[in-house]
Design a protein around this ligand. Structure first.
Ligand SMILES: [Zn+2]
Length: 375
């Protein structure tokens, strides 16, 4: 049984600490202290902060279990928040927690962090049997899932993972999420005076326009999308534009479709630029691969058992976005993403049902308990 007052107090305390992406130091120190108090056998901080230009690394803590011969369970959440996250003043009104309207709330992902801390507290004070546990608090999840991408993989040693970081009431989980590529198209033409000698120039903006017109856009099929998200170029109206750069992304929950769409976008950009007498230098950067957990994966089985024991309905969803779980799956730890109730995240209207905050902790604790049962 969780302690609701403690959960609520902890949530209010943690969201009040500013924790911007790459500026997670204060939160990292506080969580490291909490993990130590809660009896972690080992706590590591990796060098992802240095790699990314931040001030804190990913924190990986190991807890010794009282039950041996059962899978090691990994619980993860990210420390950082989107802006504006300075001076968050959470308020609880009629069972709903919100900010005061001037900031985000930060339930993404402090709701996950708090559920993990409460699970550790309950295991300890109630002497609940459990297997070995690995707790991972990541940095720089927002804006590209860079923390888990750069985590020290040698620290990871779990058999099954749960990333507490999505919308939906506790009981909701993602079993499938897309991979994503970034495609930068740098078009180069030739500059000349637009009034005196326009024919001597080759306009990169016009070529970019033709590329945009030829590109696939938006929803390609039920699991594949692409987008032109940013364009920059030119210098002045009296100069035939020499440069124009367009930044695209492609996503799909099917790796073959993602690869095919990306290749098609590259081909269209290069060919269309050439037809417009310009050149396109296309750079593809893979953000992350898609993953899919089978319905009988250990993570899904534990979720069913835990949610069943608590009477929470299980809803399995396909996600439209990536998360730390994309990388944990790529590193060989089958990981599902659990709903912790965050609603309208990344906006000042972000909210969280008080009940979801408690239920996320209750479900996490029950998952750990179920994972220690030999069956
Ligand atoms: Zn998140």
């Amino acid at each position: 049984m969780i302690n609701k007052k403690r959960v609520l107090d902890e949530f209010f305390a943690l969201v009040s600490i500013r924790c911007s992406t790459l500026d997670e130091r204060e939160m990292g120190n506080l969580l490291t202290a909490r993990l130590r108090e809660l009896g972690a056998a080992e706590i590591h901080e990796d060098n992802a902060g240095e790699i990314l230009g931040g001030n804190c690394g990913n924190i990986v803590a190991n807890f010794k279990g009282s039950v041996s011969g059962v899978p090691t369970v990994m619980l993860t959440a990210h420390m950082d928040c989107v802006e504006p996250c300075a001076g968050i003043r959470p308020q609880l009104v009629d069972g709903v927690i919100r900010s005061d309207g001037t900031t985000i709330l930060g339930a993404d992902d402090k709701a996950g962090v708090v559920a993990i801390l409460e699970t550790l507290r309950c295991l300890r004070e109630q002497h609940i049997p459990h297997g070995d546990l690995q707790i991972v608090f990541t940095v720089a999840e927002e804006g590209g899932v860079n923390g888990s991408q750069n985590i020290d993989q040698s620290l990871l040693q779990a058999d099954v993972g749960f990333t507490l970081d999505t919308h939906g009431h506790p009981g909701m989980a993602a079993f499938k999420a897309p991979g994503k590529n970034q495609i930068e198209v740098a078009v180069r033409g030739k500059a000349s005076h637009a009034g005196v000698d326009p024919d001597a120039g080759r306009n990169a903006i016009i070529a970019a326009g033709k590329i945009l017109a030829a590109m696939p856009q938006g929803r390609i099929d039920e699991e594949t999308t692409c987008n032109a998200g940013r364009i920059t170029g030119g210098t002045a109206t009296n100069v035939v534009a020499e440069f124009c750069t367009i930044n695209f992304e492609s996503r799909s929950r099917d790796k073959a479709k993602l690869d095919a769409l990306t290749a098609r976008m590259v081909e269209i950009a290069e060919r269309t630029a050439k037809e417009a007498n310009c050149t396109a230098t296309v750079t593809v950067k893979k953000d992350y691969d898609p993953y899919e957990l089978p319905q009988d994966a250990l993570a899904i089985r534990y979720l069913h058992r835990a949610a069943g024991a608590l009477g929470f309905p299980v809803i399995l969803e396909e996600e439209g976005g990536g998360s730390d779980a994309n990388f944990f799956n790529a590193y060989g730890i089958p990981t599902t993403v659990l709903g912790v109730g965050m609603t309208d995240c990344h906006t000042k209207e972000e909210s969280l049902l008080e009940e979801d905050l408690y239920n996320a902790a209750e479900l996490t604790l029950e998952i750990v308990r179920q994972a220690a049962l030999k069956s």
